[in-house]
Ligand binder design. Structure first.
Ligand code: SF4
Ligand code: SF4
Length: 446
């Protein structure tokens, strides 16, 4: 794609980067076929190619964002399916990140939109606030249909509907104490924000499983939200502040006792932490440290695949594996989780249209409830068609979204692996009556 940025414009490193990305696009349109919003809405401006044109126009003219551009960029899920499909290597992720920051800095949104976005940014990254908000949401749930009737308040209705009916069980009782001497590895596990409130059992299962395989786990002080939630809202300064805080926490540990990996169990967060090196590349104080942190970031399935877990007998339980966009498109991890599940004795089924987003996408299911609901219905239909006993996914956002649409229990991949290798049965499967243990049949690397 030809561009005509001025030398002055290109002096801004973010514009210079966007120009390079734009120039790689050859308008072929292959990406449109795998874009969930184009597939759903059929509008070229809701396709990657259409959005790339809109971003080019906005940045090249150096003008504030207009309502039309904002509408179509807001409808983008940042699922990155287009990045997987693009034969020219267009780095749409960093292009749309730049566009979102530009929109945030130059466009004045309607009042209700501004308030809801500020509310999300002020609550979701902070576990104590999020926990309190969920309590309120449970009480307000019956009012969801009332809010849904007013278009500007539809996000509030979506928030109320998504709030889990019951409080998440605390997992602390079954957690092992971290071991004190280094053994097969020494890792930190990102505790993060929303996942620790919605489902603390995921990281509890991770700790149990890693401890069982002789991995030392440390919990660096000061680590928290990865910044992804505000990053996708275009609130760049806030996202960078979260990133710096985590970099400080992890670098302290890396330079202290040392770390072999930073384990992340929510793939949306993993994609962001792996991008810290890029996000902080222009900060002379943090660029190197952030790059070191990103180099150590691993999805839990990546790390487990290095541990030579034994292959187990079949446990006659079928698993529909939902491949989170942030895992398959953001981190290019597609086969590993399924290989681990198969080696642990599960039968794995692939739902049709696995490349299409479930509509969760961070705060997307709150801010774009209609498109999100259509994508959820499509995803759940494909998952239900597998007739699997359980759904496994590697991202809390997807798990929450899919669980509100299907009767099949939805768990994290690591919960099934923990169970297979000697941990407790996941609470959501507790009534299924399946056998709880499988014997090793061979020691093999998976
Ligand atoms: S990130 Fe996803 S929704 Fe956005 S343009 Fe790419 S494929 Fe479409
Ligand atoms: S597939 Fe890549 S090169 Fe082709 S239109 Fe989409 S982004 Fe541009």
């Amino acid at each position: 794609m030809q561009t005509s940025f001025t030398t002055e414009q290109l002096a801004d490193p973010n514009v210079a980067e966007s120009e390079k990305i734009l120039r790689r696009c050859v308008h072929c349109g292959f990406c449109t076929a795998t874009c969930p919003t184009y597939v759903t809405l059929g509008n070229e401006l809701d396709s990657p190619r259409g959005r790339i044109y809109l971003i080019k126009e906005m940045l090249e003219n150096g003008r504030p964002a207009d309502a039309e551009t904002v509408t179509h960029i807001d409808r983008c899920l940042s699922c990155l399916s287009c990045v997987t499909t693009c034969p020219s290597g267009v780095d749409y992720m960093h292009l749309v990140d730049h566009a979102r920051a530009h929109i945030e800095n130059t466009y004045r949104r309607p009042l209700a939109d501004r308030l809801i976005r500020s509310l999300l940014a002020a609550i979701l990254p902070y576990p104590a606030r999020f926990r309190a908000a969920l309590q309120l949401a449970r009480l307000g749930r019956p009012l969801a249909p009332v809010f849904a009737r007013v278009p500007a308040l539809a996000p509030i209705a979506a928030m109320l509907s998504l709030a889990p009916v019951r409080r998440a069980r605390t997992a602390a009782v079954t957690d092992p104490q971290p071991v004190s001497t280094p053994r097969r590895g020494r890792v930190a596990i990102l505790s993060g924000c929303a996942q620790s409130v919605l489902d603390p059992g995921i990281n509890a299962a991770t700790r149990r499983l890693l401890t069982r395989f002789d991995v030392e786990i440390v919990a660096p002080r000061g680590e928290g939200c990865c910044g992804a939630l505000v990053h996708h809202l275009g609130r760049e300064d806030e996202a960078l502040a979260f990133a710096r805080r985590n970099v400080d926490a992890w670098i302290g540990e890396i330079e202290g006792g040392g770390l072999d990996a930073i384990i992340i169990t929510a793939s949306g967060c993993g994609t962001t932490v792996k991008d810290y090196g890029h996000m902080l590349r222009l900060d002379p104080l943090y660029a190197d440290k952030a790059a070191r942190v990103s180099a150590l970031a691993r999805d839990i399935t990546e790390y487990l695949s290095t541990l030579d877990l034994p292959v187990l007998e079949s446990r006659r339980l079928s698993v529909a594996y939902h491949s989170a966009c942030s895992l398959q498109h953001g981190q290019r991890i597609t086969a590993l989780p399924k290989l681990l599940l198969k080696a642990a004795g599960f039968t794995v089924r692939d739902p049709a249209e696995g490349h299409l987003c479930c509509g969760s996408a961070g705060t997307y299911n709150i801010l774009q409830p209609e498109i999100s609901a259509q994508l959820k219905a499509r995803k759940v239909k494909n998952i239900d068609a597998t007739k699997a006993d359980v759904v496994a996914a590697g991202n809390i956002g997807c798990m929450t979204q899919i669980a509100t649409g299907t009767a099949i229990p939805v768990v994290h991949t690591v919960e099934l692996l923990d169970w297979a290798y000697g941990g407790p049965k996941p609470a959501k499967l507790a009534t299924s009556g399946r056998k709880d243990r499988a014997r090793p049949v061979a020691a093999a690397r998976v």
